[in-house]
Design a protein around this ligand. Structure first.
Ligand code: C2E
Ligand code: MG
Ligand code: MG
Ligand code: MG
Length: 282
């Protein structure tokens, strides 16, 4: 039992710690069960051409509900990484994204889907094999798949990841560096890495148009290295205008669309290709 003077603080602290540990264990157990049942969904957030506004593809974002309530990926992805469950979950994400991209390509027209990949997946020696077999099993053209890897993950262990990145690129899959500008990048490595896209982190997009230094620098760097740019987290018309004018290639963010269900995303794909048909026949 705690002493009356000051002891309460100690008891409170340990109880809070215990509760947190218990909550974490419950979350882990639920996530494990969900993984076994493949009880997840993908939300799809569109990317558009900055100059024309045309739909250019989607990013698949993992969604999980616990007792009907959505749990943020910021909360459960770290747990999935710590426990290794991310390997199974990530395989499901790849499968689902490839299946969906193939189906949309057949029914409407080809648009790439980007999938987020975590450190644990990339470090797995069979990751490139998994990507290859998943593409083949779903009859997915490799250019319909894009892999997003955060800058921190790529750069932390760049030489170790290089063979896998080269193999992925060899398959014809595009590679994007996510959250670019938040980690440390060696410019020498950046030039050698088989990457195609830099995604400007939302924190720098939020600063636009008042503090444009980082966004301009990333766009200039990408143009020098012949990489394409995507701005994430575009929320205002001012940001959109600034980015289009600065030569950013593609835009993504709540201004364009929040992440939506597979059905809603498919409706966007259908509309995009229907419009193209009209242009061709009209
Ligand atoms: P991310 O890959 O950088 O994804 C962008 C996040 O920003 C998404 O959050 C998206 O919903 C959100 N977002 C998009 N536009 C806007 C905007 O205009 N304003 C604001 N405030 N936010 C915007 P979400 O879906 O919660 O995902 C968070 C992170 O979780 C992702 O960051 C990614 O790192 C990770 N994640 C999501 N799905 C997966 C997955 O399937 N596998 C792995 N390994 N990680 C994933
Ligand atoms: Mg991403
Ligand atoms: Mg990002
Ligand atoms: Mg981000």
């Amino acid at each position: 039992a705690a002493k009356a003077d000051g002891g309460d603080g100690f008891v409170f602290y340990t109880r809070e710690m215990t509760e947190r540990a218990m909550a974490r264990l419950r979350l882990e157990a639920s996530l494990r069960a969900a993984t076994e049942r493949r009880d997840f969904e993908l939300a799809y957030q569109p990317k558009i051409d900055a100059a024309t506004g045309a739909l250019t593809g989607f990013e698949a974002l993992l969604r999980w509900r616990l007792d009907g309530m959505p749990v943020s990926p910021m909360e459960f992805i770290p747990v999935a990484e710590d426990t290794g469950l991310i390997l199974d979950i990530g395989a499901w994400v790849l499968e689902e994204a490839c299946r969906t991209a193939s189906r949309w390509a057949l029914d409407h027209g080809p648009l790439p889907i980007a999938v987020n990949v975590s450190a644990r997946q990339l470090a797995d020696s069979s990751f490139a094999d998994l990507v290859e077999s998943t593409l083949r099993r779903n009859g997915t053209a490799p250019e319909l798949l894009e892999i997003e890897i955060t800058e921190t993950v790529i750069m932390k262990n760049v030489l170790h990841h290089l063979p896998t990145l080269n193999r992925l690129r060899g398959l014809g899959v595009r590679i994007a560096i996510d959250d670019f500008g938040t980690g440390y990048s060696s410019l020498a490595y950046l030039r050698q890495l088989p990457v195609d896209v830099l995604k400007i982190d939302r924190s720098f997009v939020t600063d636009l148009p008042h503090a444009p230094d980082i966004a301009s620098t990333v766009i200039a760097l990408a143009q020098r290295l012949k990489l394409s740019t995507v701005a994430e987290g575009v929320e205002t018309l001012e940001q959109r205008r600034w980015l289009a004018e600065a030569g950013c290639d593609r835009l993504q963010g709540y201004l364009i669309s929040r992440p939506v269900s597979a059905d809603a995303a498919e409706a966007m794909v259908m509309a995009a290709f229907a419009r193209q048909d009209m242009a061709l026949t009209g």
